[in-house]
Ligand binder design. Sequence first.
Ligand code: DGL
Length: 220
Amino acid sequence: MRIGIFDSGLGGLTGYRALRELLPTHDLIYFGDNARVPYGTKSGEVICRFALQHVRFLLSQRVEAVLVACGTVSSNALELLERTFPLPFVGVVEPAARRAAEIASQKSGKILVLGTAATVGSGAYEKAIHAVDPAIEVRSVACPMFVPLAENGFTSPDDLAAVEIAKRYLQPYEDFAPDAMILGCTHFPLLSGVIAKVLPAPVQVSAGEEAAKTMAEKVR
Ligand code: DGL
C-alpha cells in the first residue's frame, strides 16, 4: 500500500520516521512544502488551499491513504480534506490529544499544548482533549519561532538562541506543572531537548509519532 505524508516543511519527517518503523514494507511518499513554510502564521483559508493542492499532488502519485503530518493543517483543514477526497486521512491532533488525555486523566489532569499560532487559534487540541475528558485543564501556547529554528537546524539544547526563545515562550508556564506536554506542531520534537531543558514535563507527546501509530493501526 502507498501512503502519502505531507507537511509545510521538514517537521512531518518526525511522523514519517515513526511510520517507516511501524510499516517497513509500505510505500511512503513524503511531501514537504519548503517553498512556502511556515504555515502557522497564515490564514485558515490559505492553509486550506495549500492542503488541497498537496492532496491532489499525492493523489497524482497514486497514494491510497494520507497522513497529514502537520498540526497546522490538521487543526484547520482536516475536515475539508475528508469531505473533498474519498481517501482515509489521519491527522495529528486527535491521536496526540487522546494519548495526552489518557496520561493526564491518571494524574493531576493538566496538559500544556505547544503549537503554531494557527493551531492554537483553532482550539482543535482543546476540543479533542475535552472529547476524551472534559475535566482536563488545558493551556496552549503558540511558539511560532520554533519552526524556523527547526528548519535551520538550531535544535541543540546547547544552542543559546534556541534556549532563549524557548524561555520566552515556556517560562510563564513553570507553575502550571503539566502532566503531559503535547508537541502539537510536527517540527517541535526536533527541539525536544531544548524544550525539556527550559520546561521539563513528565511526558512529551510527539504529534507526528502518535499520528503514525494511528495510521499503522488503520492500514495494517
Ligand atoms: N509542522 C507544521 C505543524 O505541525 C509547522 C507549521 C508551520 O509551518 O508553521 O504545524
